[in-house]
Design a protein around this ligand. Structure first.
Ligand code: MSP
Length: 662
């Protein structure tokens, strides 16, 4: 018996659960279920990351107190996971009192070891990543390469963590623990990053307050990543739960590739600095890839998120779980496609496994009175089947053990394919005519394989496992600590004479029309592009609009505009007043509904697309400090998205202000 502690990243509450975040959480749950099957004692942790500038800003935009805001979104995560049959042992929130207390203790330990000092930092900060960026990392236009949004210049007093000091110990540690960072390609990336030199890390902020106060200096709040990483220890900082931590437990952190550096560099450095030994550093940080839609990372930033709960509602959580675990090689990016989901559903679940079950149970009803038949003399066919299945089961086990769910399921379903081939070759319906005992042996062999499969699919599809087992006359899988229930041998999983209980198909397949109807139901409704001051924010299906003649289009004077200045409009929450260079002798004033999505300073210097010949629009008046001024927009800026998350239409390359679009 072992101990297995698996964690997901704690999710930022600026977004609700989507398929990308569901993915990691499903993998964590499946791994944990596999370990339960083996008789291990397990602990699974997930939760929400609630502090930091990003969250503070978003709460402000929604006119909510940060805690009220985080309560609201955190609940969405907490409620989502059980709907996907995920039951973590703890759902942690970084606003939990035990966490805040634990982080303060961790800080004090690191401080006492001389690894914190006060200083000032200046640099580019991506609020989306909650991380500083070097000049080298930025994309043209000062954009964060991950979020494609402008970074902000920050300069403030800060505590620094002596990360540089830990460079050598980290490299030694990686050398001694080659499995710490997986997969291999990611390990190499981290190694070269650390080898190229580490700089001390800013670990506190003074320009906002939504964070855990620095012990002894409450003007500072802790850097959100210092706070967040500690969650993995907070959860076990309760009595005997510490037994799940390394080395007495196997600790596996599942993370996306974008946050590997925090887990593989900063986290072990914090731990070593706080006095943890090398053996007390987690055994594995596994970085998986991104789920993409048409090659683009899925998520809020690109507004292409797929709702996992909708898929689970329509097809069942098992189907979604299976698809994500099987279709994407864990560690690599995977493009998600609804039609491919249904295709795999039909092929693997319906035609392969589902068919095998109903075929075998149908034959048992016909040829064996609906009972488990007696296993008679084995022929070469059964020997071949059983030795193949035995070898495959060993591979399934080792694939789960080595965190390769896609391989584990591929092999699980290869077992089902082998059994389908065996039915055709052994032809029990023909044997029944001349040798009923032989037909019974064939069916008994098939039932054994099905019984093994009903357990092997449990980590991925706990519900279907139960349904399958009920049809086989078996109780649901109920793992017990210390008992290895993962099947290794065939031959005695079922009792001869026990009643079988065939029911409807395990998976109802979709024909061509059914597939189309289901895909239509599942595909998210897409927003039609709209302008920054367009009030509509409702989602709607894409509509094919009526065409217009080129001459009509040519009437629109679309131009590149350079934002010279931007300011909020007092008492109008959504509006910004912009001065724009449109290549004319003097700048124009534009008023746009951008204030919920952008800080005025972020816009200055950006080149955007403007409808230059729109009739002036009157927004009333506002007092900017020197009496009432008329608020008239002389043109319209193009953008897309809801008013709290707008994306600006911009131009590629180096176009001059005033350049026309055609
Ligand atoms: N709060 C931090 C993590 C702190 S852990 C101590 C964070 N949160 S996040 O919500 O932005 O992202 C959480 C995880 O979701 C990351 O591992 C990220 O890679 C993952 N994903 C977000 N979008 C994803 C996809 N489209 N596909 C797969 N995973 C994705 O970072």
């Amino acid at each position: 018996m072992g101990r297995f502690y698996v964690t997901t990243p704690i999710y930022y509450v600026n977004d609700v659960p989507h398929l990308g975040t569901a993915y990691t959480t499903i993998v964590a749950d499946a791994l944990r279920r596999f370990h339960l099957l083996q008789g291990d004692e397990t602990f699974m942790l997930t939760g929400t990351d609630e502090h930091g500038l990003k969250i503070e800003r978003q709460a402000k935009e929604q006119h909510l107190d940060p805690k009220a805001f985080t309560d609201k979104i955190s609940a969405r995560f907490m409620e989502a996971w059980p709907k996907l049959d995920i039951f973590p042992d703890r759902f942690i929130r970084t606003t939990d009192a035990d966490h805040e207390a634990f982080v303060a203790e961790l800080w004090k330990k690191i401080e006492a070891n001389g690894d914190l000092y006060e200083g000032e930092y200046e640099g580019w900060y991506c609020v989306g990543c909650e991380s500083l960026k070097t000049d080298k990392e930025l994309e043209p236009g000062n954009l964060c390469p991950l979020h494609k949004t402008p970074v902000e210049r920050v300069k403030e007093k800060s505590y620094f963590f002596r990360l540089e000091k830990w460079q050598k110990p980290l490299l030694d540690f990686y050398g001694r623990h080659p499995d710490f960072i997986r997969p291999e390609s990611r390990r190499n990336e981290v190694l070269s990053f650390v080898e190229s030199g580490l700089k001390d890390l800013s670990v506190s902020r003074t320009s906002f307050t939504w964070g855990i106060p620095v012990p002894g200096n409450p003007k500072h709040v802790m850097y959100v990543w210092f706070d967040a990483l500690a969650n993995y220890l907070t959860a076990l900082n309760h009595g005997s739960l510490s037994r799940f931590w390394a080395p007495s437990g196997k600790v596996v952190h599942l993370v996306g590739k974008d946050i590997l550096r925090f887990h593989a560099v900063f986290w072990p450095a914090f731990l070593l600095s706080a006095g943890y030994t090398e053996e007390q550093i987690p055994q594995v940080v596994f970085a998986h890839g991104f789920l993409t839609i048409d090659g683009q990372k899925m998520g809020k930033a690109l507004r292409n998120a797929v709702d996992p709960l909708k898929i689970a509602h329509e097809l069942g959580a098992d189907v979604l779980r299976y698809h994500l675990l099987r279709a994407i090689a864990f560690g690599q990016d995977g493009d998600f496609d609804h039609a491919a989901l249904i295709e795999r559903y039909n092929a693997d679940l319906g035609k392969n496994l589902g068919n095998l079950l109903s075929r075998v149970l149908g034959l048992c009803t016909k040829l064996a009175n609906g009972k488990v038949p007696v296993f008679g003399e084995r022929t070469a066919l059964e020997d071949e089947l059983f030795s193949r299945v035995k070898a495959d089961l060993a591979m399934v086990r080792s694939a789960w053990e080595s965190i390769e769910p896609h391989r584990a399921l591929e092999t699980t379903f290869a077992i089902s394919s082998a059994a389908n081939t065996y039915v055709d070759r052994a032809a029990p319906w023909a044997a029944a005519k001349t040798d009923p005992a032989r037909a019974h042996t064939i069916l008994a062999a098939l039932l054994e394989v099905l019984a093994a499969l009903s357990v092997a699919i449990w980590p991925a599809m706990p519900n279907k496992s139960n349904t399958m087992r009920a049809q086989l006359g078996l109780p649901p899988v109920e793992p017990r600590v210390g008992e290895d229930a993962f099947p290794t041998e065939l031959g005695s999983l079922l009792k001869p004479g026990a009643p079988l209980a065939p029911a409807g198909p395990l998976f109802q397949t979709f024909d061509k029309n059914g597939t189309k109807a289901m895909v239509d139901k599942l595909v998210p409704r897409v927003e039609i592009p709209k302008t920054a001051d367009n009030k509509t924010t409702e989602s709607t299906d894409i509509e094919v609009s009526t065409t217009i003649a080129y001459d009509d289009f040519a009437k629109i004077d679309l131009r590149v505009g350079l934002v010279k200045s931007a300011e909020r409009v007092p008492k109008k929450d959504k509006l910004l007043r912009l001065t724009m260079d449109l290549g004319e002798p003097s700048p124009r004033t534009l008023v746009a509904g951008l204030a919920l999505s952008f800080q005025p300073a972020e816009l200055v210097g950006r080149k955007v697309l403007v409808v230059a010949n729109l009739a002036p629009r009157d927004f009333g008046s506002a007092d900017f400090g020197s009496g009432k001024e008329k608020l008239v927009s002389h043109g319209m800026l193009l953008a897309s998205g809801p008013s709290e998350d707008l994306r600006l239409a911009t131009i590629d390359g180096d176009a001059a202000p005033g350049a026309k679009l055609k």
